[in-house]
Design a protein around this ligand. Sequence first.
Ligand SMILES: *Cc1c(COP(=O)(O)O)cnc(C)c1O
Length: 330
Amino acid sequence: MLLSRFPRTTLAHLPTPIEPLPRLTELLGGPKLWVKRDDCTGLATGGNKTRKLEFLMGDALTLGADTILTQGAVQSNHCRQTAAAATKLDMKCELLFENRIAEPGDTYRNSGNVFLDKLFGAGIHDYPEGTDMDLAMEEMAADISAKGRKPYIIPGGGSNPVGALGYVNCALEIINQANEMGLRIDRIIHATGSAGTQAGLVTGIQAMHARIPVLGIGVNAPKDIQEERVFYLAESTADYIGAPGVVKRHDVVANCNYIGEGYGIPTEGMREALDLLARLEGILFDPVYTGKALAGMIDLIRKGELSSDETIVFIHTGGSAGLFGYLDQL
Ligand SMILES: *Cc1c(COP(=O)(O)O)cnc(C)c1O
């Protein structure tokens, strides 16, 4: 598995640290909890999309693109990191927002990630909920091409086999760090949304025969749909890196019991998790992804569904810039 075969541009501060969470571990009475600090990837307050963008923007540069298009929710962390990456590489960036939250309020619409998108000079385009966003990007790309520019479309969340390479790379990084630190990892837990993070991780771990189970905690779709999405992308990612068939259906596990009323809608568990980690460990989490994933992990530990003998690494995928967009709701 030689990732240097694929076009890549440097955007992230790597490797990100793996740090212990001693006070949370003590409060919960085990398992031994560690955090992989992918909130510290460096670009524009960091997050998991930066790893994907190293390969996506590498591909865009190879194809001679000068304008990047992508889409997401209004408070998308992916859009914020894409806007910053495009600016750094001297490309234009067009962000297409789907208004998934009813009556979002001024703070949600203008603060947090949106404020940063504008600071990076991205073009912002609003669409009503239920719009076919992929089609909207195709149409905008056709307009841009007609004007003689070269568009490059990044799917929502940067989740395709090219973007997932960023998390194949993260799997290699984690295994290297664990070997150097003498850390015996029994399980990896993280938030799963557009599927690229989990697909890349599972592909990397299986291709390395590392036998570490990965649990994705879902933030939008029901379990069967989420697992199918991740598995489909993991299979195509494995094909793309030249390791077809390394991922089996049972390697892909998601728990989607902590979504609450829906994507981006706060839950009590999320609020508790944000407070706990801020007050015990001095780490910021986010309301849409990592807060709900932590709430899930904490609940599973309290119910005894995760053994207290285990060593668990929680991947902090970023998102704390979104906190400011949720001020009214927190
Ligand atoms: C996008 C995102 C995720 C989910 O990653 P996917 O690859 O979309 O599944 C998790 N956490 C944060 C903070 C994100 O922005």
